[in-house]
Write a protein that binds this ligand. Structure first.
Ligand code: HEM
Length: 436
């Protein structure tokens, strides 16, 4: 598409290319050089019109859902399947959200608290002492176990571990190149990367089909049982394939985002001794009072630490939408076909909303809330993250458990950069810590 009528912005995609690994500095640079909205050229893809003011973001999140297409590109369908909620739009998307939302409502969190506490305790045993090691693999272990247990209702440690391994095998076999280039999607006698990916996916699907069968005869109160029992308006059930696609979406959307946020929280806390001391004091007081996991998730300073971490390190820094109808954005009439984005990271760095935005200050969230157009780590509007309450709860419970079970010091001599990992941005080094 041409740039005619689009807002000003850099002419070349070269800066984007140079900042491919860590685009956060480039996003900051855009906000200092241009006013919102800005047109950002991308290499090999149409430009994106990026806004970061509350007015611009309100326009995107408040628009008629029918003005936008699906949230993901075709590449994602290779790993999730074309029926994933990420790839749906319009009425089909609305129907799936209605179906999937109930198990993630705030009041259901008590049911997941034990799973989260146990996973955090189990994995904290695996953190080596007196050794420098990245914390991200531990965080990933916790969040993947939590999602597997909560979604599949699977509690048997051996079966949780087996599912965990199969999921990681699919993720490891996934290569963005095979997703992007159809030419590479060939079996090549069972030897190429596509064949390897297909083989791992088939193994995982086989295990999931077994679980679906089990839930048909013996339903529980997990997400899988709910999907198995779900009926459409015409009384028809979801097919096995549809169930598998939505389950995989939860696994992929829900574990890496939460894991990278945990790692960032530990990174920021160990760079700010006074903040860490204040949090430890709050946790010690909660221990004296015998606080439950649910009570932990309501501790004001712990919540604020989580909120501040997601402000500075949103795993999804731009919330992109493809317009299928024209849209008026901050004085520009954008035609159908334009890609627009709510700049979460840039909105989180606005001096007007968050003074001294590059300082880690959880205090700014104590007794203060921000509008969904100023603070948007979970996106917004008709596609706002379905797992937001689950993730916020999990981050509090797991962070509190790790800090209660271990003392750490940070072993990062230089500031840690962001890096792209399976759809989200996380810490490039995995955040190296030394456990005392
Ligand atoms: C810190 C953790 C998390 C962050 C920062 C996060 C962030 C996001 C963002 C930015 C979106 C896109 C929203 C939009 O387009 O407006 C999203 C969508 C989604 N997230 Fe999360 N997420 C997190 C954890 C989770 C968890 C734990 C689950 C599941 C248990 C989950 C399930 C989903 C689903 C299903 C969608 C698709 C919603 C739709 O397209 O309608 N997320 N998330």
């Amino acid at each position: 598409m041409t740039r005619e009528g689009l807002p000003p912005g850099p002419r070349s995609a070269l800066p984007q290319l140079l900042h491919m690994r860590d685009p956060f500095p480039y996003m900051r640079e855009l906000a200092t050089k241009y006013r919102s909205p800005v047109t950002v050229p991308l290499l090999g893809a149409p430009p994106i019109v990026l806004t970061w003011t509350p007015e611009g973001i309100r326009t995107i999140f408040g628009a008629d859902p029918m003005s936008f297409g699906s949230a993901a590109n075709e590449a994602l369908s290779v790993i999730l399947g074309s029926g994933s909620i990420f790839l749906q739009s319009g009425a089909a998307h609305r129907r799936t959200r209605k179906l999937l939302a109930p198990p993630f409502h705030g009041e259901r969190m008590r049911a997941y608290a034990e799973i989260m506490l146990n996973a955090a305790e189990r994995w904290s045993e695996k953190i080596p002492r007196d050794t420098v090691a990245p914390i991200l693999p531990i965080a990933q272990g916790i969040t993947l176990d939590v999602i597997v247990e909560a979604i599949f209702g699977e509690q048997d440690p051996a079966r949780v571990a087996a599912l965990h391994e199969r999921i990681l095998a699919v993720v490891a076999a996934f290569n963005p190149m095979i997703a992007t280039f159809k030419l590479l999607q060939r079996e090549l006698g069972g030897l190429g990367p596509w064949a390897r990916f297909q083989a791992r996916a088939k193994e995982l699907h086989g295990v999931m089909l077994g679980l679906i069968e089990e839930k048909r005869s013996k339903p529980g109160d997990d997400v899988l049982s709910l999907l198995v029992a779900a009926r459409d308006e015409d009384g028809s059930a979801l097919s096995d394939r549809e169930i598998i696609e939505q389950l995989l979406t939860f696994v992929i959307a829900g574990h890496e985002t939460t894991a990278t946020s945990l790692a960032w929280a530990l990174y920021e806390l160990h760079r700010a001794p006074d903040t860490l001391a204040r949090l430890r004091a709050e946790l010690a007081q909660a221990d004296r009072e015998g606080a439950s996991a649910e009570a932990l998730s309501k501790l004001p300073y712990l919540r604020a630490v989580v909120d501040e971490t997601l402000r500075m390190h949103p795993p999804v820094p731009m919330i992109t939408r493809k317009c299928v109808a024209p849209i008026e954005l901050e004085g520009y009439s954008l035609p159908a076909g334009t890609y627009v984005a709510a700049g979460a990271y840039n909105a989180h760095c606005r001096e007007e909303t968050f003074p001294e935005p590059y300082a880690f200050r959880p205090e700014r969230f104590v007794n203060k809330t921000f509008s969904p157009f100023e603070y948007l780590p979970y996106g917004g509007g008709h596609r706002r993250c379905l797992g937001a309450a689950f993730a916020g709860f999990e981050l509090c419970v797991v962070l509190a458990t790790l800090l209660r079970r271990a003392e750490f010091s940070l072993a990062e001599p230089k500031p840690v950069e962001h890096v792209f990992r399976i759809g989200t941005f996380g810490p490039a080094t995995g955040v190296r810590l030394r456990r005392a």
